[in-house]
Design a protein around this ligand. Structure first.
Ligand code: GDP
Length: 365
């Protein structure tokens, strides 16, 4: 399963946010594929479509889909120099598929800032620099291996050397790999390097509990947004402190509290959704009388692989997938209605699954 790592300098509100994640906690019994690890928090993906489908089908139970956040502690200056903890930090980042970088935007004189004052850009650059330096080392090592072949005009080696040079130049200017553009062929080479700075990133601006409503005019948030834009990265604004309070409430209480605060969606829900997209994930549904359920898939997979997410037998014996889009189903009001309108398709093994597909798999055992 794909996972996103939460990183941040000390005292930015990372643990507060991670605690909110684990407290809001999904019932892990529903998600046996998830890791049981104190540093991993399972979150359910909020999706209004699931509620609608439940109203329509009236199943015995409804199960949202889920994914994992990993708490990556211990960034220190000099991590890339390979000192114990720092090394561990980098190897943890290597294992995640996307990065959520928590940045302190709240002012609070009682809470010390590691570098003396609240400066979100300097914070971001401190962590990014460690990642860039680690990537620079990766690229230099690789250059040493292909250099000889490139000098002998080996075509592939020359192409790779060009890509490595472009990366090295960027790293020396302290720019991450994700800020560069490559052709499809070059992109493949870059992928093979497993660079830390080519992982998709989301900046999480942590503002004070009384700053949520005017976040758009908050100078710290504005700085983070400008920085992220240059990197083609996204930003969300949350208050970790508020999230930790929300996490203790249940459904109705939570809605009342959000209304009081004047916000439509909790920061955690925004974080979950943004990260889901960052990871390239999408959702299809199964909707039977027993159970209406959302399933996560990586965009670009075909129907048999989607079936395999439910059970490997479904993939092995895949015949066809009865498929209707969520919109068509809700429009028609029932499966029978959607069939009448000709909106239920029988899709074969080459069908590319789309976000919002409601699927019923037919398979041989
Ligand atoms: P970490 O070191 O990044 O994990 O930071 P923590 O989550 O432990 O937070 C450090 C301190 O900042 C704690 O005392 C938190 O209560 C406090 N904190 C976190 N978020 C906020 C916030 O939005 N406003 C204020 N005033 N304090 C916060």
């Amino acid at each position: 399963a794909l996972t996103a790592g939460i990183v941040g300098l000390p005292n930015v509100g990372k643990s507060t946010l991670f605690n909110a994640i684990t407290q809001a906690g999904a019932e892990s019994a529903n998600y046996p594929f998830c890791t049981i690890d104190p540093n991993v928090g399972i979150v359910e993906v909020p999706d209004y479509r699931l509620g609608k489908l439940t109203e329509l089908v009236k199943p015995k139970k409804t199960i949202p889909t889920a994914f994992e956040f990993t708490d990556i502690a211990g960034i220190v200056k000099g991590a890339s120099k390979g000192e114990g903890l720092g090394n561990q930090f980098l190897s943890h980042i290597r294992q995640v598929d996307a990065i959520c970088h928590v940045v302190r935007c709240f002012e609070d004189e009682n809470i010390t800032h590691v570098s003396g004052s609240v400066d979100p850009i300097s914070d971001i650059e401190t962590i990014n620099l460690e990642l860039i330096l680690a990537d620079l080392e990766t690229v230099i090592k690789r250059m040493q291996r292909v250099e000889k072949m490139a000098r002998q005009k080996d075509k592939e080696a020359v192409a790779e050397f060009d890509v490595l040079t472009k990366l090295k130049d960027a790293f020396e200017e302290e720019k991450p790999a994700r800020s560069l553009s490559f052709t499809d062929d070059q992109e493949k080479l870059v992928k093979g390097l497993h660079l830390l700075t080519s992982k998709p990133i989301l900046y999480v601006a942590n503002v004070g509990e009384d700053e949520l409503l005017d976040a758009d005019t908050n100078p710290n948030v504005i700085k983070v947004r400008e920085f992220a834009e240059n990197e083609k990265a996204e930003v969300i604004v949350i208050s970790a402190k508020v999230e930790s309070e929300i996490a203790e409430l249940d459904g109705e209480e939570k809605e009342m509290f959000l209304e009081e605060l004047g916000i439509a969606e909790s920061g955690l829900d925004q974080l979950i959704k943004a990260t889901y997209h960052l990871l390239g994930l999408a959702t299809y549904f199964t909707a039977g009388e027993q159970e209406v359920r959302a399933w996560t898939f990586v965009k670009g997979i075909k129907a048999p692989q989607a079936a395999g997410i439910i059970h490997t037998d479904f993939e092995r014996g895949f015949i066809r997938a009865e498929t209707v889009s969520y919109d068509h189903l809700v429009d028609a009001g029932s499966m029978a209605g959607a069939k009448e309108k000709g909106n239920v398709r029988l899709e074969g093994k080459d069908y590319l699954v789309k976000d919002g597909d409601v699927m019923h798999f037919r398979f041989n055992v």
